[in-house]
Write a protein that binds this ligand. Structure first.
Ligand code: GDP
Ligand code: IMO
Ligand code: MG
Length: 428
């Protein structure tokens, strides 16, 4: 069995958590392959909202395995908080969850380095989630990192101290005050929690599942436009958020990737700094933020809002080899008389239909087409055949330009508010 991948095509927060939860009944295994607690994946069902950061979004379903792959970075403190928040639901998490020994650890000093670096950048800051993501991946590629598997070795504390001391030397170069002791005590206490979980060589786990004919869904974090190589560099995260990241982050060979589900919002959002050609700094942007409740699931920051950006989406579809599209938050666009769609940009006086090399600091003016909106509420719809005509036109317009089928349309945050456009999908 090949591994299917679901990942974001924009700047994150496309609704990955919700849709992975909806698709989980179709799969045996859900695996995270990159990112870490910078992710905030929201799931809603039975009137309860859950936000997951490290744990894959299949965790609420019985008989399913959830794997945190080698490409993920883990902060034990945040991991323990997630576990605590789930305790009241009595889920057998330690049976359902396994964690790669090769996943890198976020140390307290990684978090401090993230904050110190952002402070030093001032106005040029990335707008990071301050979870220590950048410094942890830097230590991974710099070959200094500490992995979860090191916790099983007798010299774990020595390795920790060596890396911490390296960090303290770097911190001394910043004009940055910090308090480490309390954080460090919490961190060591949290590390002990891993004794209750299965630490595995997840590349074998995943490939064994595959060979047994089990269906694996790889769950992306962040989005393609935040990818370290193909995103709006340097305003990106520090991992490969794209389909290729599922190969390196799980140990799955490229020829073992099956369907690729690209998820996008019916409009566009971004949280943190960096270019956003279709951003709306006006009342329309404000209305989208309010209707879509666009506030970060991890940091609570207001998300920047704008119209859908087709050149960027086409780029993301190309990079990821997307086979099917999933559109979320269609309900948020109800009541807008007109919906704008960016089809090209004016860049240095020329009209172009691709993202140029360096959009940072460059004026990229969107060229829009205008479509008719719809004035019906979508949130109670149960069947795609009942959607308003203008929404159907919007979907068909997007499919045609993007040359990729849209197989799911999400019309609300709840599990049940999901409309399937192809008969091969039967959604729980
Ligand atoms: P993720 O990071 O991609 O998992 O997305 P987030 O959870 O950060 O952000 C998506 C937000 O939109 C969450 O609050 C979801 O509950 C919510 N959401 C997901 N799909 C829909 C939808 O179709 N309509 C509406 N109104 N909200 C949605
Ligand atoms: P999910 O998985 C939206 C953004 C941050 C910042 C940049 C770098 O919920 O879609 P980092 O902390 O990774 O060094 O921050 O990336 N960012 C996200 N934006 N959703 C996310 O994850 C994000 N994870 C990181 O806001 O601009
Ligand atoms: Mg999110």
């Amino acid at each position: 069995m090949k591994v299917d991948v679901l990942l974001g095509l924009q700047w994150g927060d496309e609704g990955k958590g919700k849709v992975v939860d909806v698709l989980t009944p179709k799969y045996d295994v859900i695996a995270r392959f990159q990112g870490g607690p910078n992710a905030g994946h929201t799931l809603e069902f039975d009137g309860i909202k859950h936000v997951l950061h490290t744990i894959p979004s299949g965790i609420f379903h019985g008989d399913k395995s959830n794997v945190v792959g080698n490409g993920v970075v883990i902060d034990p403190i945040i991991f323990v908080k997630e576990i605590e928040a789930l305790k009241q639901y009595d889920l057998p998490i330690n049976k359902r969850l396994s964690i790669s020994r090769k996943a890198h650890l976020i140390l307290p000093t990684h978090r401090l380095l993230d904050a110190a670096s952002e402070k030093a950048k001032g106005k040029e800051k990335i707008g990071s989630t301050l979870k220590g993501i950048g410094p942890t991946y830097m230590d991974k590629t710099g070959r200094n990192g500490l992995r979860i598997g090191d916790f099983e070795s007798p010299n774990f504390n020595e390795k920790y101290e060596a890396l911490k001391n390296k960090h303290l030397q770097i911190l001394a170069q910043y004009d940055f005050e910090y308090e480490l002791e309390e954080l460090e005590a919490l961190w060591f206490e949290a590390m002990n929690e891993f004794k209750n979980y299965k630490l595995v060589d997840s590349e074998h786990t995943i490939n064994d599942y595959r060979k047994e004919g089990k269906k694996v869904l790889a769950e992306g974090a962040q989005g393609t436009l935040l990818d370290i190589d193909f995103g709006s560099y340097p305003f990106v995260t520090s991992s490969n958020t794209i389909t290729a990241g599922a190969c390196t982050g799980l140990g799955v060979a490229p020829n073992q990737i099956g369907s690729v589900y690209g998820i996008f919002k019916a409009y566009c959002t971004r949280v943190g700094s960096g270019p956003f050609p279709t951003e709306l700094n006006d009342s329309t942007g404000e209305n989208i933020r309010k209707a879509g409740n666009e506030f970060g699931a991890t940091t609570g920051r207001p998300r920047r809002c704008g119209w859908i950006d087709l050149p960027a989406l086409k780029y993301a579809i190309m990079i990821n080899g997307v086979t099917e599209l999933i559109m979320t938050k269609a309900d948020v666009l109800s009541y807008f008389e007109k919906i704008k769609v960016c089809t090209a940009y004016v860049y240095r006086g020329e009209t172009i239909d691709y993202l140029p090399f360096d959009v940072v600091g460059e004026e990229l003016t969107p060229v829009y087409e205008e479509l008719n909106g719809w004035s019906e509420d979508l949130t109670d719809l149960k069947d795609i055949s009942n959607i308003p005509k203008n929404l159907n036109d919007y979907i068909e317009y997007l499919e045609k330009v993007l040359e990729t089928p849209i197989s799911i349309v999400s019309v609300g945050p709840d599990r049940s508010q999901t409309l399937v456009r192809k008969s091969k999908w039967t959604v729980a």
